[in-house]
Design a protein around this ligand. Structure first.
Ligand code: FE2
Length: 453
């Protein structure tokens, strides 16, 4: 006998959805969203005529034939097709936004480097013109490697939009909120959150606080993905539901504006007489998203010997060689340290990967002095580094009760490629000339007699 379900008696979830208003949860989901009722075709992608007189257009983030689990594309239903958002291009200069390879003869990238925060400026800089490249790695023309930037922004992008054909952009605000108006919807971002802007996605950045500073990882290679969790299982670290993709939003507005395009390391502009943010509905899995770093659920040592820092990987951009990332994005969040008879800070090491760190907020446990919010450090390929003398002595001698590390959020852009300093990083950014001295006080304790010193 069939059981009949009376739909009228069910309490339907729609009116009580727990999702954040304006966003859809999930990482890499196949989303669908419409800003006007009926704008999104059902059951097909390309009807003979679209509702509202919209144009159907596909944005492909992977080659058509990429394996199903990696294949990414989004169908957009827009007021004008993208060919109407670009005209003839003119080359423009963005002298501080560099692309790999950018290896300058007189700049030495081998060394332990650390920088104080680049000071804010009164100059009228947008998110794009205020981009300052610190390091580059790999080659933008072969779509491998990355660049690490800081941005200083004091001006909204008014009637100005940008996309990078070169790269996916991971935006890590450190100071000031960002309102990112993208083709696929609105992302409102604040420090301790990150946003991912896919390659080719048009957007403009507005500054609700009037100024902003932060970090950007420009990924020339395959897209960021969630790392495999292995024996950790199905939960913890970054959880997919905490990634938020915006719902569709559009504007139908005339203006005298321009679109800026980064393509093979060069910048171009093209005039536009209307807003290109004209997608009324879309569906697909190639979309921007944001993520709150405070929702990362760390897993770590509960008896002795902490794991490698890869345990803190939020997202990883693969290189094609298994386990060898083009970029890992790693964070060092608040967490408990309960392990016993063990050295709790990061141990001394040399690494084939190149580690660029930034401090978003608070104090980093391996470097209690000198690595301040807004600051950065670089430990390049096969360059030794580790705790400074103060951190070493404290960690070696303190009574090991469980301790909660609070007031801390640093991150690392780690790449398989060596990172080369730009002229800006070497000569204009506030480099700490004495950084290497943080290890100067480490003493030889060995004298040949047994026993723990
Ligand atoms: Fe390291």
């Amino acid at each position: 006998m069939n059981r009949q379900v009376d739909l009228e008696t069910l309490t339907r979830a729609k009116a009580h959805s727990g999702t954040t208003e304006g966003y859809m949860p999930g990482f890499g989901n196949d989303f669908e969203t419409e800003a006007l009722p009926g704008a999104l075709p059902q059951g097909r992608n390309s009807p003979q005529k679209c509702e509202y007189g919209l144009y159907a257009e596909q944005l492909s983030g992977t080659p058509f034939t990429a394996p199903r689990g990696q294949n990414e594309r989004t169908w957009c239903y827009r007021i004008r097709p993208s060919v109407k958002h670009v005209g003839r291009f003119s080359r423009i200069e963005m002298p501080y936004w560099k692309s790999a390879p950018c290896v300058e003869d007189h700049i030495q990238s081998l060394g332990q480097y650390r920088w104080n925060p680049v000071p804010m400026t009164d100059a009228p800089l947008t998110f794009v013109s205020g981009m300052r490249t610190m390091t580059t790695a790999g080659d933008v023309n072969t779509q491998v490697g990355m660049a690490a930037h800081i941005y200083l922004a004091t001006a909204d992008m008014e009637d100005e939009w940008f996309y990078s054909a070169d790269s996916e952009l991971m935006i890590v605000p450190q100071e000031g909120r960002l309102r990112i108006e993208t083709e696929l919807g609105l992302i409102e971002l604040e420090p301790l959150e990150i946003a991912i802007m896919p390659r080719g996605m048009l957007f403009a950045v507005k500054l609700p606080d009037g100024h902003a500073r932060g970090f950007v990882c420009e990924n020339y290679g395959m897209k960021f993905d969630m790392p495999g969790r292995g024996p950790i299982g199905a939960n913890c670290l970054a959880n997919p539901r905490d990634f938020k993709t915006p719902v569709a939003a559009f504007e139908d507005r005339a203006c005298e504006g321009r679109v800026i395009i980064k393509w093979c390391g060069q910048f171009h502009e093209t005039p536009i007489d209307h807003s290109p943010l004209d997608i009324v509905a879309w569906h697909g899995n190639y979309a921007p998203c944001k993520y709150d770093l405070r929702t990362f659920s760390p897993v770590g040592a509960i008896l002795f010997d902490h794991p490698d820092p890869s345990i803190f990987t939020v997202l990883t951009a693969p290189s094609g060689v298994e386990g060898t990332a083009n970029i890992d994005f790693v964070i060092f969040p608040e967490r408990w340290l309960p392990a016993e008879n063990t050295f709790r800070p990061p141990w001394y090491h040399k690494n084939i990967m190149s580690e660029l760190m930034g401090n978003i907020h608070g104090i980093y446990d391996a470097k209690p002095e000198g690595f301040v919010p807004g600051g950065m450090s670089l430990h390049n390929m096969m360059l030794p580094h580790g705790p400074d003398v103060e951190a070493f002595e404290k960690a070696s001698n303190e009574e090991q009760k469980p301790v909660k590390l609070t007031n801390t959020m640093s991150f690392m852009f780690e790449t398989r490629f060596p990172q080369h300093l730009t002229r800006f990083a070497a000569h204009e950014a506030p480099m700490q000339d004495d950084y290497i001295d943080c290890w100067a006080g480490l003493e030889k304790k060995f004298d040949g007699t047994p026993g723990v010193k």
